[in-house]
Design a protein around this ligand. Structure first.
Ligand SMILES: CC(C)(COP(=O)(O)OP(=O)(O)OC[C@H]1O[C@@H](n2cnc3c(N)ncnc32)[C@H](O)[C@@H]1OP(=O)(O)O)[C@@H](O)C(=O)NCCC(=O)NCCS
Length: 434
């Protein structure tokens, strides 16, 4: 249950003052897309969910009922948690994946690179690097037992995967240790055989064995019941390539050269004192983040150890920057993005799309718009093709102005065994899952 299903960004919005038929057609297309999304959402909600209806999650039928906020089921005694793994279909077996083994990390990388999330039109597929997977799956206090694979019994080939990592997540004023569940994947040849529910039950069992009873996850599909739904926005950095590979379209009345000019960025950042984050900044960054994230309904509670782990730069994985006031030497602002390329499927000229994903950003002195523009400048300089951001936290305040266009994929956020008494607006969410 990872990031969004989609990356395709159908056209851009910057020059959308309706002037001629082409503009009107583009507007109608957008309206039709929005309508189709709404209809799909309604249909999904009317669908039966043979598995999810049996789980302690908010159910569609419960909406509007005045149910108490908090855990849906009380914790069990760990000794009473089922000791044996769930049964897999015959010819398959469980394995625990040790990412420290290069061979195992390569197996997970290969499974995901060929079978993980694609956009609706199957033009792009997420391509998480091995280093990224290690970063995402081995934070402080991680459990190897939560890195779960399914193999063919005879061939030992890895055909399924699901993972969790522990995290302190605050929901309003309660801090709860949860599992962040991610990277659910079943080989394309084994789809629609109800393997996913077995993987989900098995990771849940192993989470329970650690005396942890809540989880958080995201998905591109509608399941019972999102706590919020967000949308990806995309900022073209290399518009020619994005158009060539079908990620975006040339806007109405736009030529390629006008488009390139529209998205051009300066060579160097503008904020004095803007520099990569270093180990000595950890305490200051934690303070900034802690105070910033306190305004959101759901957000992580990060210790200094967590900040050190999640935010210190790792090449081609996580990039973080601080603004150090040239006079006072105080760290006043912070921004970060992670690197998640996608494979471009079936294109003769290009195989990979290099994408940056906005992570956590805190502006106290520098205007957020300027800080994010500096992040765009750095990403462009480092040859990223596109910069993506969700419309959560305060991102809506800069998306349009910095020339991000709305994508067509939605990302739904879910809690397991925790009920919120009302859905949240995306801008009240302060949590990013990888
Ligand atoms: C997601 C995936 C593992 C589901 O497997 P599948 O073979 O399509 O579906 P299965 O027959 O095994 O299981 C269907 C059940 O899993 C649920 N399910 C499907 N995708 C899910 C997801 N992303 N998160 C949680 N549950 C999911 C379905 O809703 C259904 O349960 P329901 O009857 O209660 O609605 C598989 O499609 C896949 O690997 N897709 C590509 C990677 C991907 O999208 N991963 C999820 C990232 S969020």
């Amino acid at each position: 249950m990872a990031s969004s299903s989609g990356s395709a960004n159908n056209g851009n919005t910057e020059d959308s003052v309706p002037a001629d038929n082409e503009d009107l057609m583009q507007m109608s297309r957008k309206k039709i897309e929005e309508l189709s999304n709404t209809i799909q959402q309604c249909l999904s909600e009317g669908k039966r969910h043979a598995f999810w209806e049996t789980q302690p999650v908010g159910q569609f039928a419960d909406r509007g009922k005045d149910l108490e906020e908090g855990p849906i089921e009380p914790p069990q005694d760990v000794a009473e948690v089922r000791q044996e793994p769930y049964n897999l279909p015959k010819n398959f077996e469980w394995c625990t994946c040790d990412l420290n083994s290069d061979e195992t990390a390569a197996e997970i990388y290969n499974l995901l690179t060929t079978n993980y999330v694609e956009d609706d039109e199957n033009m792009f597929r997420f391509k998480y690097s091995k280093e990224f997977l290690r970063w995402a799956l081995q934070p402080p206090g991680y459990f190897t037992s939560w890195h779960i694979g399914v193999r063919g019994q005879a061939t030992k080939k890895l055909v399924g995967f699901i993972s969790g990592v522990p995290a302190h997540i605050r929901v309003r004023d309660k801090v709860i240790i949860m599992a962040e569940i991610n990277f659910l994947c079943v080989h394309k040849k084994l789809r629609s055989k109800r393997l996913a529910p077995v993987l989900i039950k098995e990771v849940t069992r192993r989470v329970h064995l650690e005396n942890i009873w809540q989880a958080v996850y995201t998905a591109g599909v509608v399941l019972p019941t999102p706590i919020t739904t967000s949308r990806y926005w995309h900022r073209s950095l290399n518009p020619k390539k994005l158009i060539d590979v079908g990620f975006s379209r040339l806007g109405a009345r736009m030529t390629m050269s006008r488009t390139i000019k529209l998205y051009r960025l300066p060579e160097t950042t503008v904020t004095p004192g803007f520099r990569p984050m270093e180990r000595r900044d950890v305490a200051a960054v934690r303070r900034l983040l802690h105070s910033y994230l306190s305004q959101f309904v759901v957000a992580p509670e990060l210790s200094e150890k967590d900040v050190e782990y999640w935010l210190l730069p790792i090449e081609d994985v996580i990039s973080s920057f601080v603004v150090e006031d040239p006079e006072s030497r105080e760290i006043t602002d912070f921004c970060s993005f992670y690197t998640l390329p996608s494979s471009i499927l079936g294109n003769k000229n290009y195989s990979d799309l290099k994408a940056a994903y906005s992570y956590y950003n805190v502006a106290t002195k520098t205007p957020l718009l300027q800080l994010m523009n500096d992040a765009l400048i750095v990403a462009k300089r480092n040859m990223y093709d596109v910069f993506n951001a969700l419309d959560i936290m305060e991102n809506q305040t800069f998306l349009k102005e910095l020339k991000f266009g709305p994508g067509d994929g939605h990302l739904h956020y879910y809690l397991y065994n925790y009920r919120l008494n009302a859905a949240m607006k995306p801008e009240t969410l302060g949590l990013i899952l990888l």
